[in-house]
Design a protein around this ligand. Structure first.
Ligand SMILES: [Zn+2]
Length: 57
């Protein structure tokens, strides 16, 4: 079972079946994650915005 990095809820997917680049959605916190790597499994948050710079000018 995969655990959401954000809210720690379990995401209903089989870890063994994940591939790099695959997208996951957490139904609890409504976040999307991309599989950044397997063995060990790594999830990276997918931003809704393109080119989301932290630059708020
Ligand atoms: Zn979550």
């Amino acid at each position: 079972m995969v655990v959401c990095p954000k809210c720690k809820s379990e995401i209903d997917v089989e870890e063994e079946e994940l591939e790099e680049g695959e997208l996951l959605s957490c139904v609890e916190c409504d976040s999307d994650f991309e599989v950044a790597g397997v063995e060990p499994l790594r999830l990276s948050k997918v931003s809704d915005e393109e080119e989301a710079d932290e630059d708020d000018e």
